[in-house]
Design a protein around this ligand. Structure first.
Ligand SMILES: CC(C)(COP(=O)(O)OP(=O)(O)OC[C@H]1O[C@@H](n2cnc3c(N)ncnc32)[C@H](O)[C@@H]1OP(=O)(O)O)[C@@H](O)C(=O)NCCC(=O)NCCS
Length: 180
């Protein structure tokens, strides 16, 4: 008898459809719990739509197995123009399918699409040992200031264009607040 681990998992990484949203929210509830909206990252997501072209799902036979979205953010600099960037996440897969490569596949596809669309900088709050697998680096403490408490060892950044982060620092702010 084949075990789940021995069974090849075939799925496609595809754009998220509107009809996927309930399944996406259910996976996020399972992964992070219903209190996830209290996290600092959500201060940057409130009243802002995710980047539609970068909202991806892992799908097998119509079923959503995993989700990845990116939010637009701004790096607000003292005495200089805001720098647009992306915040990666949330990312989650169905608990029973963790460790099968879905998360890395979602990120590789999402980051490739982001780069193709001309995005230059991606930041996230997460575990360095995992996200370094797709190139994320630690940021110097104090270089980027989030709109709430975060563990600074988990504040990571990635250049999609070589040199894009050079000399860049500031407050990470919501795109929504720009117009208030
Ligand atoms: C984090 C998550 C999206 C990873 O997706 P996944 O499909 O399980 O991961 P992958 O199969 O692509 O990668 C698995 C590998 O990454 C490692 N890994 C997974 N999460 C990790 C973490 N947080 N820190 C370090 N390593 C991690 C696994 O140990 C595994 O290592 P191996 O290849 O040496 O066996 C998934 O586990 C998940 O949904 N977790 C709950 C939600 C969550 O924590 N999201 C991230 C918030 S920052």
């Amino acid at each position: 008898m084949k075990t789940a681990e021995a069974t090849a998992l075939s799925y496609a990484i595809e754009p998220q459809a509107d009809a996927d949203l309930p399944a996406v929210e259910a996976i996020l509830d399972l992964a992070f719990g219903p209190d996830r909206h209290q996290k600092t990252a959500y201060r940057l997501r409130d009243n802002v739509e995710p980047v539609q072209a970068l909202s991806l799902v892992a799908r097998q036979d119509g079923k959503v197995l995993g989700t990845l979205r990116f939010w637009p953010i701004l790096i607000r600099r003292a005495g200089a123009a805001d720098v647009p960037a992306l915040m990666l996440g949330p990312i989650a897969v169905l608990p029973e399918l963790k460790g099968r490569g879905i998360g890395i596949s979602l990120m590789r596809e999402g980051l490739a699409r982001a780069q193709a669309l001309g995005h230059r900088i991606v930041i996230l709050v997460g575990d360095y040992p995992y996200y370094s697998r797709v190139g994320f680096q630690h940021t110097e403490h104090g270089r980027f200031i989030m709109p709430g408490w975060v563990d600074l060892d988990r504040l990571l950044a990635l250049e999609l264009v070589s040199g894009a982060l050079e000399g860049i620092s500031g407050h990470i702010v919501s795109v929504a607040k720009t117009f208030k």
